[in-house]
Design a protein around this ligand. Structure first.
Ligand SMILES: [Zn+2]
Length: 98
């Protein structure tokens, strides 16, 4: 999966040392909470779009609220997400799937 961050897949931090496999790919996270957040987000985007695989995922914003944009083939979906302190999804919006 292509990501826009070179650091942690959720928050772009470069400190920390958590590696977890997501969709068969080893990804870097700054902490276990971000790893949970990423997993939950990928799961919800898959549910919302019906895509079996997300080819690219861009994340913006900060911990108060993040935006996401996912692409697979020529299709794009975007929305917003926020998480609880434990990394579970608090709010999830998917808008504009093209
Ligand atoms: Zn992080």
């Amino acid at each position: 999966m292509k990501r826009n961050y070179t650091g942690c897949a959720i928050c772009d931090s470069t400190w920390g040392d958590v590696w977890e496999e997501v969709d068969g790919e080893r990804m870097f996270f700054c902490c276990a909470t971000c790893a949970v957040q990423f997993r939950r987000l990928v799961g919800r985007i898959r549910e919302a779009t019906g895509w079996p695989l997300i080819e690219a995922l861009e994340i913006g914003g900060d911990r108060r609220g993040r935006s996401w944009e996912a692409r697979t083939g020529s299709a794009t979906a975007r929305g917003r997400v926020s998480f609880t302190a434990e990394g579970e999804i608090l709010r999830f919006e998917a808008s504009g799937q093209t």
